[in-house]
Design a protein around this ligand. Structure first.
Ligand SMILES: Nc1ncnc2c1ncn2[C@@H]1O[C@H](COP(=O)(O)OP(=O)(O)OP(=O)(O)O)[C@@H](O)[C@H]1O
Length: 428
């Protein structure tokens, strides 16, 4: 009577290598039992693969057992139905007497990542964002002023860089200034420069961003926050192509292409009297709208995996899959901070969790409605669900810096401080 050996699991490293080299792969032993699956396959199937179960529990082939034999013996690619739903193209590669490696491709639609593109550091497989990339390529070749509109974290600064690099000015300087980050008087001298003695502390001449960007591009981030008096000066610079440094008299010629960005609707700012209409028309000759992450939900999981990949390069933990519950939460989240928020969330989950599976509980507190509800029900403070280990892990990762630890945990500094105090009190 034949004896059945227990299934032998391949080492995790081997699965990771397979994942990187071949993508969606399933390993079955000589008895056609599943012994391992790559992360890419689980993403494709949308569910974890149960080791030890029989291949026929995962796949169904028209023609039954006979077709399964053909699939395994001929090495030809075959269409198979997944018991969980959907069709795939499968090919089997015999591994001597040990079993088979099966590669999977999506059947009707092209493989999930086909049609994906990396454009100047921005990854997407979304048709709308890719259309934006094509517009950027076209407009980059011109001298037109571009206004990039998009929520925080949608990639406005990357687009500004792309516009510069693809333009004939690409070899010239690229300067960026955030109009919301400086008080008005400082902003003016940062933009237009100043002469020595123009104000207390002006011990020497300073060229300002316009002159430093001469022959290149100047990126005005958060342009809607420019105070009205500076808007008038900006308009003058754009019209005369000269700047007058603060405290100076002589206009200095500048040759700069302006790329502006905002998360606000400039038209509404104009209607509200906060932005000059004439400057708006100067800046938004070509408006470019970046879609939010929630408008391209298909990008969420692939981007999450890319960020995990980056974390793998830097850290020691190796996440091999995202648990279905966590995937659902990621896919349904509102993402007000867009891709930047996703990057931070993945880093948080990577740091907070342990082992090869990224789980629901590893995600920041705002992801768990149940947690939030129970915390409101019991009247506890936000972040009260963070346990000591999570807090410690984040602090270690942040080298003791509490602001950074709070960012990693997805809570405010005050919440972290309260939690530390509560834990301290509990320990004491
Ligand atoms: N499509 C994308 N693919 C990969 N990374 C992205 C993508 N979009 C944004 N990011 C990342 O998100 C972060 C924010 O990007 P960026 O600074 O260009 O956004 P922004 O719209 O200028 O944000 P803000 O308005 O808050 O300054 C960066 O780390 C960037 O690499």
């Amino acid at each position: 009577m034949p004896t059945s050996r227990p299934p032998q699991r391949p080492p995790r490293l081997a699965l990771s290598a397979l994942d990187a080299l071949a993508g969606a792969v399933l390993l079955v032993d000589a008895e056609r039992r599943i012994v391992g699956a790559t992360f890419a396959l689980e993403i494709q199937l949308g569910a974890p693969v149960r080791e030890g179960t029989s291949l026929s529990e995962l796949l169904s082939l028209q023609g039954g057992a006979e077709r399964l034999d053909t699939l395994l013996t001929t090495g030809r690619e075959t269409t198979a139905k997944l018991r969980a739903g959907g069709t795939v193209r499968v090919r089997a590669i015999a591994l001597g007497k040990d079993g088979w490696a099966l590669t999977f491709r999506q059947d009707t639609s092209p493989p999930a990542l086909e049609g994906a593109e990396v454009f100047h550091g921005l990854w997407t497989q979304d048709a709308e964002l890719r259309r934006v990339f094509r517009i950027v390529e076209k407009v980059a070749r011109t001298e037109s002023s571009v206004l990039v509109r998009g929520e925080s974290g949608t990639g406005k600064e990357h687009i500004a860089h792309a516009l510069h690099e693809l333009s004939p000015r690409g070899k010239g300087p690229f300067r960026a200034i955030n109009c919301a980050a400086l008080p008005p008087n400082l902003l003016e001298s940062e933009l237009f420069g100043h002469v020595r003695g123009a104000f207390t502390g002006a011990v020497r001449d300073s060229p300002g961003h316009f002159r430093l960007a001469h022959g290149g591009s100047l990126f005005l981030d958060e342009v809607a926050e420019l105070p009205l008096d500076l808007q008038a000066k900006m308009l003058r610079v754009l019209e005369t192509r000269t700047v007058i440094p603060v405290g100076g008299r002589a206009p200095v010629p500048v040759d700069v292409r302006i790329i502006a960005a905002t998360h606000r609707a400039l038209r509404r700012e104009v209607e509200a009297g906060r932005f000059r209409a004439d400057l708006m028309y100067r800046l938004r000759v070509v408006p470019i709208f970046l879609p939010t992450l929630r408008e391209r939900r298909g990008d969420i999981l692939p981007l999450a995996l890319r960020f995990l990949d980056e974390l793998h390069q830097r850290g020691t933990r190796r996440v091999e899959r995202i648990a279905p519950g966590a995937r659902k939460l990621l896919e349904s989240h509102g993402w007000p901070g867009n891709v930047r928020e996703l990057r931070n969330v993945m880093e948080y989950a990577y740091v907070i969790g342990e082992g090869p599976v990224l789980r629901e509980v590893d995600l920041p507190p705002e992801f768990s409605e149940a947690k939030a509800r129970s915390s409101t029900a019991t009247g506890t403070t936000p972040g009260a669900t963070l346990d000591e280990d999570q807090v410690r892990a984040a602090l270690t990762r942040a080298g003791g810096n509490r602001s950074e630890a709070a960012r990693l945990l997805g809570v405010s500094r005050v919440t972290l401080w309260r939690r530390l105090r509560a834990l301290g009190e509990a320990a004491g």
